[in-house]
Design a protein. Sequence first.
Length: 228
Amino acid sequence: MAGEQILIVDDEANIRDLAGMYLEQAGFAVKTVANGAEALQSYAAEEPELVVLDLMMPEMDGWEVCRQLRARGDVPIIMLTARDDDIDKIVGLEMGADDYITKPFNPRELVARVRAILRRSGSSPLSDRDRSIRRLAELTINPQSQEVLIDGQRINLRSKEFDLLLTLVDHKNHVLTRDQLLDKVWGYEYYGNTRTVDVHVAHVRDKLEGTSVSIETVWGKGYKLVVN
């Protein structure tokens, strides 16, 4: 995994320097920029494997940068937010961010999350079990190509949405707590904040609408995938 390029976008030099230092010590190649326009230029020129993106920046904020990056590709994005407001995090996730972390943050936690996201994005080889195609009702799920077909028609799922669906399919009819889903899909403990699971479940539910496969909420426990 070491050697992947990480783009850090933040208008605060101390944040860029601190995050960059820890990521470089972890073996990553790091590029830092101070604003949204530079972020888009750097992404186009160098195509980093992951973007760490500040939410609150002058002129072009992180939401707009995220929107434009999503229009160009599926690079993993970790949002940095100075506020601990759920609305910021929900909007960021809705716009396509893979994760968020609240300032001030522990740089070691940032490194752990970067590693987890890159690992879950396909950096490690798949086992025979992981490579096998799953078929469930109208769904065909191919882990190698990360494709999901409904009655032969491909639906578009982002990387984390695909991992979430695959995990739920592999545990069909079993309740998985939000913490279990965070561990299995995101690969780390999320310090008790599980809103990211709810947002991604909502996205996957929308894309399964009209099929006999659904994700049920088990109140007070978690989620369960069933075939109706």
